[in-house]
Structure formats: C-alpha cells, structure tokens
Design a protein around this ligand. Structure first.
Ligand SMILES: Cc1cc2nc3c(=O)[nH]c(=O)nc-3n(C[C@H](O)[C@H](O)[C@H](O)COP(=O)(O)OP(=O)(O)OC[C@H]3O[C@@H](n4cnc5c(N)ncnc54)[C@H](O)[C@@H]3O)c2cc1C
Length: 436
C-alpha cells in the first residue's frame, strides 16, 4: 500500500451505486452536483486533487450570476471579499487610450458586475458549499476510467488515496474533469483546433498598481504583436498576469536558447501597459505554462454520460468565458439529466440533445469572435468602436453584452458580429489602398 492511509479516515464512505457520479470538483462538477442533489438525486463527486489548489482562470462574467444566485452562492462571494468586476478595458501594448467597456452600459446585461477571484479560494468555496449541502465529495481520488457496458457508461473505476481501486456504478457519469478531458481521451473524440496554436505563460503578483474607484476590479486585456496579455486584479492588491503567445513567436525564442522566464521578461518589456502596473510588485508564484488551446469533443453526451465545461470544449480565454460556459453548461445539462433520472429512465444521448445544441451554438459564437480577435483589423475596430452616432453606440453595447457573457440566444449577437467583421474588412481594404 502506498499513499497516506490516515487520510482515508476523512473520506466519506462510498456506496456501490449512485444516480450520478461527477468526475472533477471544479466549477462545472460542483455546480452540476448541487443542482441535481437539490432535485433529489444521489450524487457522488470525485476530485483527484485537494482544495485549495492553484488554477488559472480568475475573471468571472455577470451572465453567470443567475446560477450562482439559484445556489445561494452570490452572498458567499460577497462575504469572501472577492473584488467586484464592473467591466473590462482593452488597449494596445503602449497602454495609450484604453477603451472601457462597463457592463452597466451593455445590451441585455442583467447584472452590472461579476467578481475577480483567486481560484484556489473560489474553487474551495464551491467545494465546501457542495460538502455542506450533504453531497459526498471525495478528494485525492482519481477516476481512472469510465466503465462501459456496450455503448452505455455504467460507472467509474476509482483510484483511492491509499492506491486501492474501487468500482462505483452510476445511472449517469458526468465528465467535469476540465482540460484533462477524461472521456474525450478515453473515447478518442477530442479534437484540437489547429487554427489556435498558442502558449500561455502566467503567474500571480502582489502589490500591483490598480485603477481607482469602481475600475479597481476591471480586467485589462492588452493586444500585443505576440498575442495578448491580461491583468486581473484581486482584492488585497494582488493580480493574475498572463500572456497568450503565438506558438511561432514563442518557439523562435526557445530555439534561440531563451527559457520561459526570459520569454516572460521579454513579453513584459514589450508591453508597458502591463509592466508599468508591476512597478514595485513582487511575483507571488512561479511562472506557469499551458498550451493546447481550443479543442472540442466530437460529442458532448452519450448513453449514460455527459461532458460539461472544459471536459467538453475549451475556447481561448480572451473573453473570460470558461467558468461561465462551465457553470451555465452544468445548469443546462442538469435540467436534461433531471428529466430522465426523475422519470426512472437511464439517461440516453438524445436526452441531452438540447444541451448539446445550446452549448455548440454558444461555442460557435465565441469561436467566431476569437478567430477574429487574432486579426489586427478586427482588433482595431473591436477595441475602438467609433463613438457618437446612435448606431455606433448600439455596437458598443453589443460588444459589452458579449464581454458580459450574454451570448444566448446567439442570433441576437450575430448582427453585431457581422457588422464588426464588415468594418474590419473595410479597414483592411482602406489600408491596402493607402499602401499603394
Ligand atoms: C490561460 C488561461 C486563462 C483563463 N482565464 C479565464 C478567465 O479569466 N475566466 C474564466 O472564466 N475562465 C478562464 N479560463 C478557463 C477556466 O480556467 C476553465 O474554463 C474553468 O476552470 C473550467 O471549469 P471546469 O470545472 O470545467 O474545469 P476545472 O476547473 O479544470 O476543474 C476540473 C477538475 O477535475 C479534476 N480532475 C481532472 N481529472 C480528474 C480525474 N481523472 N479524476 C478526478 N478528478 C479529476 C481536476 O483536478 C479539477 O479540479 C482560463 C484558462 C486558461 C488556460
């Protein structure tokens, strides 16, 4: 026997069978578990690490608030003292003329704020709320694989903290394993998006210079020649700072012998909009690196299983959409799961058809914006929507609704998208003419 046997005493006893086994205790998993537990289903959550644990992805969106409220979490967020986020500002690397987008000015935006959250505290809060709700949540336990009988998922095989193995049956297995995409790999249905070959470097800093007043919690998105950078302020003066780099740019430096710290230093030096805010700041964590941006699983559900959040798809984080997609996806999937579980049926792939359609539609909208974001002409019009005229004010309001996460129903967002693409095209043509 390996591992820490004393740790076993803290682990809730595990039954042989549940209505639902949830793989992963991040935002998708804890939300899905709580929503189904409230509808009377027996749920088990399995998490391989132990909260609090580091995770990137700290900027939330207002459009997720209705789900947080349904779960009584908004009050906990206030009590936890997370910094309120009232919007985003975008600028180029020199930091000149930042364009502010405040949620309160957006079309269809129901709540004017979200939060900026250190994920270790935030995810722990979500986990504790699930435990307090009486859900058996076991950590330091890895789901090794999903067990199938024919085409139907019927349970999971666990590796417990003492390294022993255990099988648990379930009517539904929810893959909320995040970027590990357990089922995506197991079924060979994970499809990377070759159009977005990027690398992210990021870390936390203490004592970062922040904006004043309500903009203290405003996320900064900085467009740079190598990609883009973010600065997400936290309560207490710290911040998450990161850079998303084109792989070719990163590789060139690697091949010239630079390590990731040297590449990070170069990115900061080239981006005064960020480095100016780090004067006097100290690095609070080692630099982390992530690659493999943007993938989908070919299917989001099958007989006896559903994939939610990053386990089903991941899009480039420029619109801070990850947690929103994970949590609203968990909400939509829980409605479908509840219908089949409450009806005494074993959940089938087609029970999740609506969830799949909705999720795909939202992902398609984000993907369109994200592809466009890496085009210089699109960036220019997106970041500087002309001011003054009525129609143009409408355009900015629409951009704000995307930044707030209000992209469903998707047909409401597409007209603005088309106009922005048209404006970017005209700009490109104009530049071409003036270069002649
Ligand atoms: C560089 C970068 C920047 C980002 N910025 C933002 C942002 O500003 N805002 C935002 O909303 N999102 C952001 N994201 C995305 C965000 O981090 C994710 O979308 C979000 O964490 C998804 O939640 P989840 O519950 O699906 O997955 P996760 O939060 O990853 O949770 C999955 C959990 O499953 C566990 N797990 C994995 N495999 C197993 C297993 N086999 N058995 C048991 N447990 C398992 C993991 O330990 C983990 O706790 C960013 C992502 C990246 C890479």
């Amino acid at each position: 026997m390996h591992g820490d046997p004393s740790a076993m005493s803290e682990i809730p006893s595990i039954r042989d069978c549940y209505d639902v086994v949830v793989i992963g205790g991040g935002p998708a998993g804890t939300t899905f578990a709580r929503l189904l537990e409230r509808r009377g289903h027996a749920v088990l959550v399995v998490e391989k690490s132990r909260h609090p644990r580091f995770c990137v992805g700290e900027s939330l969106l207002p459009a997720t608030l209705p789900v947080w409220r349904e779960l009584g979490l908004d009050e906990r967020f206030e009590k936890a003292g997370f910094l309120r986020k009232y919007g985003a500002y975008f600028c180029f690397e020199d930091g000149a003329q930042p364009e502010y987008f405040h949620f309160a000015d957006g079309s269809r935006v129901r709540d004017p704020h979200a939060w900026e959250v250190p994920r270790s505290t935030f995810d722990r809060l979500l986990w504790d709320a699930a435990v307090e709700a009486g859900i058996p949540c076991i950590d330091r336990t890895t789901v090794r694989e999903v067990v199938f009988e024919g085409r139907r998922a019927t349970g999971v095989e666990l590796r417990l903290p003492d390294e022993s193995r255990r099988r648990v049956r379930a009517r539904l297995v929810a893959d909320c394993s995040g970027r590990a995409t357990l089922l995506g790999h197991q079924l060979g249905i994970r499809e990377p998006d070759p159009k977005l070959d990027k690398i992210a470097l990021y870390c936390h800093y203490d004592d970062v210079i922040r904006s004043s007043g309500d903009d203290a919690g405003t996320i900064a998105i900085i467009a740079t020649p190598f990609g883009w950078m973010w600065l997400i302020p936290f309560a207490g003066g710290g911040a998450s700072v990161g850079a998303l780099m084109h792989r070719a740019w990163y590789r060139e430096r690697k091949q010239a012998g630079a390590d990731k710290d040297a590449i990070w230093a170069e990115a900061l030096e080239d981006t005064p909009a960020v480095s100016r805010r780090l004067v006097g700041a100290t690095r609070a964590r080692p630099l982390e690196a992530t690659s493999d941006f943007q993938y989908r699983t070919e299917r989001l559900a099958g007989d006896g299983w559903v994939a939610i959040g990053d386990a089903g798809a991941f899009v480039d984080p420029v619109f801070s959409s990850g947690i929103h997609l994970a949590v609203t996806g968990a909400h939509a999937a829980s409605l479908a799961a509840d219908v089949s579980l409450a009806g005494g049926r074993l959940p089938r792939a087609r029970d999740f058809a609506r969830y799949t359609r909705r999720t795909r539609a939202v992902l398609n909208v984000y993907s369109k914006f994200i592809y466009a974001w890496y085009d210089d002409d699109f960036r220019a019009v997106f970041m500087r929507p002309p001011h003054g005229k009525r129609g143009v004010e409408w355009l900015k309001r629409e951009i704000i609704s995307v930044l707030a996460g209000e992209v469903s129903p998707t047909w409401r967002v597409l007209p603005a998208m088309k106009i922005l693409l048209g404006m970017a095209h005209l700009r490109r043509v104009g530049r071409g003419l003036s270069a002649r």
